[in-house]
Design a protein around this ligand. Structure first.
Ligand code: NAP
Length: 456
């Protein structure tokens, strides 16, 4: 893929970028490796000061950073501003809390004469392969904890968000980060294997599709290197009879269409108890139909274009396949004429296992509706998926809540709220949604050497 900014709202190429040459990549890799010993010995206080300042730089640049993302991948500008604020907050959160999260853990009661404890040490340069859908936040949630731990980072961002990738490196330098601690590589995915096999790269994290995750984990595995994989999802959004209907509709719409429907943790499969299914479908479809689709640079826009032409075509194909096999379209479903890669908020019902949409992740503003007769059926349907990232369940019944907590196969269960990433809660999936955790205490330790110490 060429490294270029192609505005999804118009389809026009804004700017192309030359890939870093092999010599440039080598120089950056060498610099990352050389910077590690100094950075790891830099005190927590100094690291925190710099990492906190990255948050300040982002916040000060909010308009420019938000606009860059919107032009690169089409997210509504108000959501882009929110992403800048969230990323800035993430850098500040780990600046303030990493030392506490990484404190040595005393283990009393062993046979050690003096002391036994666990200490968390950085491992070196980590390669981050990142997606375009949250161009700042995905990187921030990896980088803030990894840098606070004392690792150095190389970012290979998605080929359609090069400006954001370069901006991140520049923001780190402006915040006072020593050269080489955080660097961007402008390279295609064909260069990832070589980096993973280089002994100076100690581990990798990938957020993206299953295919990319499989490839990175296979190469890293053959080199015995750790990976964290944050892959796709097809999160269920279960609504039971006792749910607050108005809120479940309002939050359900937001959970489906956030980021123009291109979020791994978007609610994708709405599983409705038969007692409330008809009312929910009606109210939900009416709310989806009211959303404003248009120029993502306009503050009034709810849903902008999809990030890529192929992504838009894929969503249209998935809906067409379902319709050809008997699905009912409750709203949307028709491609929007004109320039840009728009697809309307769409609701489909009457879905069967023969339809692609039943098993595949739909990366666009399309909600799939299912009706079930009991909580057992709801859980069985929710779990009938290769994915296991997030899950949402709406019920006021404590017994039902406990069953969802116990039985949903997912890395996250949100009761009466939409799945969201928070700095102080671990984030990640099971099954084909990946492994490892980002954020909070597990996240800050993913790229650590958890060292056991015994003093006799
Ligand atoms: P993608 O095509 O897999 O791309 C993600 C990154 O991987 C890009 O930097 C891409 O580089 C690179 N890449 C692609 N193929 C590769 C390969 N064979 N080897 C090494 N690197 C490779 O995914 P996407 O379309 O950008 O993102 C959408 C997917 O990400 C969805 O499935 C979504 O659910 C998932 N996602 C998951 C999470 C989570 O936290 N679980 C968060 C956000 C998104 P190029 O751009 O150069 O191809």
């Amino acid at each position: 893929m060429t490294i270029a900014i192609i505005n999804p709202a118009t389809g026009e190429t804004v700017r192309t970028f030359a890939d870093h040459s092999d010599a440039e990549v080598e120089a950056r890799l060498e610099l990352a490796d050389r910077s590690f010993p100094t950075w790891r010995k830099t005190s927590f206080a100094t690291r925190a000061e710099i990492v906190r300042r990255i948050g300040d730089v982002l916040e000060a640049d909010i308009e420019e950073a938000a606009r860059t993302m919107t032009i690169e991948m089409g997210k509504p500008i108000e959501q882009a501003r929110g992403e800048v604020r969230k990323t800035a907050g993430g850098f500040r959160y780990f600046a303030d809390h990493a030392e506490r999260l990484l404190v040595d853990e005393e283990v009393p009661g062993t046979a050690a004469k003096k002391r036994s404890f666990v200490t968390h040490q950085p491992i070196g340069t980590v390669l981050a392969v990142m997606p375009w859908n949250f161009p700042l936040w995905q990187v921030g949630r990896f980088a803030a904890p990894a840098l606070m731990l004392g690792n150095t980072a190389l970012l290979k961002h998605a080929s359609n968000v090069p400006q954001t990738a370069l901006y991140l490196e520049e923001a780190c330098l402006r915040a006072g980060m020593p050269e080489g601690v955080f660097q961007t590589l402008l390279i295609g995915s064909d260069k990832v294997e070589g980096l993973l096999r280089d002994p100076r790269v100690k581990a990798a994290t990938l957020t993206g599709s299953e295919a990319a995750g499989r490839s990175v984990a296979a190469v890293a595995g053959s080199e015995i290197k750790k990976t964290v994989l944050e892959l796709g999802g097809s999160d269920p959004f279960i609504v039971m009879p006792s749910a607050d209907m108005a809120r479940a509709v309002e939050v359900g719409v937001k959970a489906r269409v956030q980021n123009n429907g291109q979020s791994c943790i978007a609610a994708k499969r709405f599983i409705l108890h038969e007692d409330i299914a008809e009312e929910y479908e009606e109210r939900f479809s009416a709310a989806m139909a009211k959303l404003v689709v248009g120029d993502p640079l306009e503050s009034s826009t709810d849903v902008g274009p999809l990030a890529t032409l192929s992504g838009r075509d894929e969503v249209a194909d998935q809906v067409a396949d379902a319709v050809s096999k008997g699905a009912r379209v409750l709203c949307g479903g028709k491609m929007i004429d004109g320039p840009g890669w728009y697809y309307p908020p769409t609701v489909v019902a009457g879905l069967t296992e023969q339809m692609r949409i039943y098993r595949e992740e739909v990366f666009g503003p399309v909600a799939s509706m299912f009706t079930v007769g009991s909580i057992d059926e709801a859980i069985a349907l929710a779990n009938d998926s290769d994915f296991g990232l997030g899950s949402n369940a709406w019920t006021e019944d404590p017994g039902e809540q406990q069953r969802f907590i116990d039985e949903l196969e997912a890395g996250l269960v949100f009761i009466n709220w939409m799945v969201t990433s928070y700095y102080d809660l671990p984030f990640g999936g099971i099954k084909r949604s990946g492994f490892g955790r980002e954020l909070s205490s597990p996240g800050v330790k993913e790229f650590a050497n958890t060292k056991t110490v015994w003093i006799d």
